[in-house]
Design a protein around this ligand. Structure first.
Ligand SMILES: [Zn+2]
Length: 874
């Protein structure tokens, strides 16, 4: 599954475990024959299923998962005799116990169940969605534990079985599922048709999928596998880009994995109502409409990249997750980490000019930020209840697991790593596996201590910072490396820790004086480099999952030749490592700002993106009113030359990287620099784009509209609102307006945005994202927090199920002692079971922000004053 969307949220996990909710090991399923008949007048469905099971031991009951299901009749047939079950439901555990008078004996049996279910509005199970014209459709979202809302089942990932699905649908409606259509016949009544799908491969229940509604598609193929891209009526023209991506990915994966695409066809559909980003159901991937169906000619570079990487992610799951599935949810990282690691790799092979390898480096630095919290979690984490399982889909399962896999690939070499992956997939195809299975295979194939290294990153929380000390003796360089867990919490950081990592790492010296790869296995170890130099970088290649700790002198030395001696990915890490040292007081903010100045001739989009993120943070939280002018001047001095080179208008034949860089640079100049010329030009472009959406390069649009909103008045607000509610805008334009109304500075306008967020005009999947965006706008934090408290019932209702942690996560934007206690008090009486760890993390982030502000604000003032004095210009 892909969770993140336009507004990035990090979710996390609780440590308090309720009683286990696992099925007793009484029987296993072999095949399900399921007939579903949705009724769009009553918003429910009739279901009938026959489950071929194998009884494992003598028992007088069978336990299935079931939720929101009404049983009408349940029988079991074994040895030619049929008996009726007495059904008892346990709502809390989402289980149904089928009790029989005569005990069942080990062996084959056939369960037959007639039931009804509801087409709910919770975006999970088999739910009801509506397209832009209000036409209803039914679609499934079963991961993690919601197949049980569509059919009583052994709804745990290691109960793999084959499925024969039949759908009775209204005439004129399409039905799409995991497999090809075996037959489509009129009846049973005049107004219906019956669609039977072919038998699926052996798979987990959470990967079963179904959509019934009015849809259209474009069709293609790759390596003989038919591929179709579906969407609501009228969307066909917007499916061609996704089709091209899917064809490219199919060829890439067929080549990369030793196993060819293991299913018969691939359908993909873009849905107007969809909670996650996308879901990797076997042979039938579901997406949010905006990240599948786009106008290939007009859409922004960012949206093109998102569509491509999300498709690659979901398609990688067809092998990692669908063909081989984790035994239990505690190893969900094997699915999500792999798909996340693979998404950029597959797309980079097709579009190397996007430099997605740099986004990997940026992603790793971001994940290290989550892992710097006390309340982070290890990659491998026990979970039993649906709420606990849901919380596992977080920045650790996706980002950290992907980063650790990337480090491992760099350590083993890409071909050895691939050979290990192939062996693992072949060993467990159509079955289940654990993390231990994975790294044992990699250790065998590579003959390297993968099984020693991986547990230190997978079973321990956090990540190390590796400090580098160098000494030149007799012409050779003695490098002492020492590792320590990095915490934003300064007292914990200073106090030290017991964790010990086995870190594969490469060292690099200035002036191309050689690179050496080592395995750090102790708290402190010494290595020798053959020549002396002025600096040593400890994460050469920028593939390591750790931070490097340098002295301020070393940072200064590195930054002098960083642009020639370091790769862009290494420069991203250098910025991140320096900022991390500021966060814990090992360096002063001036050291970081001096490094940023040192990189001012850099023109790499991703490096400047990293820098922009940090200087915007400083602007939002650390700059006082007194220093504001001086800081803005400094920002303009740093970034204006780049803006002048780029200009506002894309040049013919310009690269996507340059387009993306322009958006970043104008963004930071307008936001942190409050550059009047940039703001005025952004407004001009906004006005023109409101008259004609085709007038503005879409890659620049989010920035331009955002800046205009930040500096906008109620007239602009009203105009944006009007556009937002007009029909016929492209989905990307819709989200540009949607995002903009969270960026104003006037609390009265932001209040209107918040009211709008919980109104019926906004699809429930988008509501919490909008509230969170207002909270993350420094001008809106207070008003959004007050709104959340006052409207908690509405918010909890909208957020039920999949997205409930989003608002809790957004409170991280608070940087104020008083508001922090309000948050703590409020959530102690308004519990969010799926966001307990998220709450702890948010409170932690508030503490660190307050602490950083009190320590670095005076330092920042001093540094700016010094700059002004030496430059004589402020
Ligand atoms: Zn995924």
């Amino acid at each position: 599954m892909k969770r993140t969307f336009l507004l990035i949220a990090i979710f996390a996990l609780t440590t308090v475990f309720a009683a286990a909710q696992r099925l007793p090991e009484l029987a296993t399923p072999e095949n399900y024959k399921i007939t579903l008949a949705p009724d769009f007048d009553k918003d429910n469905f009739a279901g009938e299923e026959t489950i071929q099971i194998r009884v494992l031991k003598p028992t007088s009951e069978i336990v299935l998962n079931s939720a929101q299901i009404e049983f009408q009749n349940a029988t079991i047939t074994t040895g030619g005799a049929t008996q009726t079950a007495k059904v008892t439901l346990d709502k809390t555990k989402e289980m149904a116990t089928l009790a029989f008078d005569k005990a069942l004996q080990p062996g084959g049996a056939s369960l037959h169940i007639k039931y009804t279910g509801i087409l709910n509005d919770e975006l999970r199970g088999l739910y009801l969605g509506k397209d832009h014209e209000g036409r209803k459709y039914a679609v499934s979202q079963f991961e993690s534990t919601d197949a049980r809302r569509a059919f009583p089942s052994f709804d745990e990932p290691d109960y793999k079985a084959t499925f024969d699905l039949t759908v009775i649908a209204d005439k004129g409606l399409s039905a799409i599922s995991n497999e090809k259509i075996a037959s489509d016949t009129p009846g049973p009544s005049d107004a219906k048709h019956t669609v039977k799908f072919a038998t699926t491969a052996k798979m987990s229940s959470y990967l079963v999928a179904l959509a019934v509604g009015q849809f259209e598609y474009v069709e293609g193929q790759a390596d003989g596998i038919p591929i179709r891209v579906w969407g609501p009526p009228g969307s066909k023209k917007d499916g061609t880009y996704a089709l091209e991506v899917a064809e490219q990915c199919m060829k890439y994966f067929n080549h990369y994995f030793g196993i060819k695409y293991p299913f018969d066809k691939l359908d993909m559909i873009g849905l107007p109502d969809f909670a996650a980003g996308a879901m990797e159901n076997t042979g039938f991937i579901t997406y949010r409409e905006v990240i599948l169906l786009i106008d290939d000619k007009k859409a922004s570079v960012g949206l093109h990249q998102t569509v491509a990487t999300v498709i690659a992610h979901e398609m990688a799951h067809q092998w990692f997750g669908d063909l081989v599935t984790m035994k239990w949810w505690d190893d969900i990282w094997l699915n999500e980490g792999f798909a996340t690691w693979m998404e950029n790799k597959a797309v980079a092979a097709w579009k190397p000019e996007w430099h997605l390898e740099l986004d990997d480096a940026e992603g790793t630095t971001g994940t290290l930020g989550v892992d710097a919290l006390k309340n982070t979690r290890p990659i491998h984490q026990a979970a039993e209840t649906p709420a606990q399982i849901q919380e596992l889909f977080d920045g650790i399962a996706y980002g950290k697991a992907a980063s650790v896999l990337r480090m491992l690939e760099a350590y083993l070499g890409p071909e050895t790593f691939r050979a290990g992956v192939d062996t693992y997939l072949k060993q467990h195809a159509y079955g289940n596996a654990t993390a231990d299975d994975f790294w044992k295979t990699l250790a065998q194939v590579s003959k390297k201590p993968v099984d020693q290294i991986m547990p230190t990153f997978v079973k321990q929380p956090g990540a190390p910072i590796i400090s580098v000390q160098t000494q030149c003796t007799g012409g050779s360089n003695t490098v002492t490396l020492s590792q320590k867990r990095y915490f934003y919490d300064r007292s914990l950081f200073e106090q030290g820790n017991d964790e010990l990592w086995q870190v594969p790492m490469c060292l690099k010296q200035d002036g191309g004086k050689g690179q050496k790869c080592v395995l750090l296995t102790k708290k402190e170890q010494t290595f020798t480099l053959p020549a002396c130099g002025s600096w040593v970088v400890a994460n050469a290649g920028a593939t390591g999952y750790y931070r490097s700790g340098y002295t301020p002198e070393a940072i200064r030395a590195i930054s002098k030749t960083a642009e020639t001696d370091l790769t862009p990915a290494e420069r991203i890490f250098l910025l991140s490592d320096s900022w991390a040292s500021v966060r814990v007081g090992e360096q002063q903010i001036g050291d970081y700002l001096a490094l940023a100045e040192g990189l001012q001739t850099d023109r790499t989009r991703a490096v400047l993106e990293q820098m922009a993120g940090q200087v915007n943070y400083i602007s939002d939280y650390l700059v006082t009113d007194t220093d504001r002018d001086a800081y803005e001047q400094w920002i303009r001095k740093l970034f204006s030359p780049i803006a002048k080179e780029l200009g506002w208008t894309p040049k013919p034949g310009e690269s996507d990287e340059t387009k993306a860089l322009r958006a970043r640079i104008m963004g930071v100049l307008g936001h942190a620099g409050r550059d009047p010329e940039v703001i005025a030009e952004a407004r001009k472009l906004t006005d023109a784009a409101l008259k004609d959406p085709g007038a503005l390069d879409h890659t620049l649009a989010f920035t331009v509209f955002g800046l205009s909103a930040q500096n906008g008045d109620s007239a602009l607000y009203d105009e944006l609102m009007e556009h937002l509610q007009q029909k016929g805008a492209s989905l990307e334009d819709y989200y540009i307006y949607f995002q903009s109304i969270s960026q104003f500075r006037d609390p009265k306008l932001l209040q209107k945005t918040l009211d709008f967020a919980v109104s019926p005009a906004v699809r429930s999947q988008d509501s919490l994202g909008l509230i969170s965006a207002v909270m993350e706008n420094p001008a809106g934090t207070r008003v959004a927090w007050d709104f959340v408290q006052a409207h908690w019932t509405d918010i909890a209702k909208v957020g039920g199920g999949f997205t409930s942690g989003e608002v809790v996560n957004a409170t991280s934007a608070i940087c104020d002692v008083g508001m922090r206690s309000e948050v703590q008090d409020f959530f102690s009486t308004h519990k969010v079971p799926t966001a307990e760890r998220t709450l702890k993390q948010s409170l932690e982030r508030m503490d660190y922000c307050v602490d950083l502000k009190s320590r670095q604000t005076p330092q920042l003032a001093l540094w700016l004053e010094h700059q002004g004095a030496s430059a004589g210009q402020y």
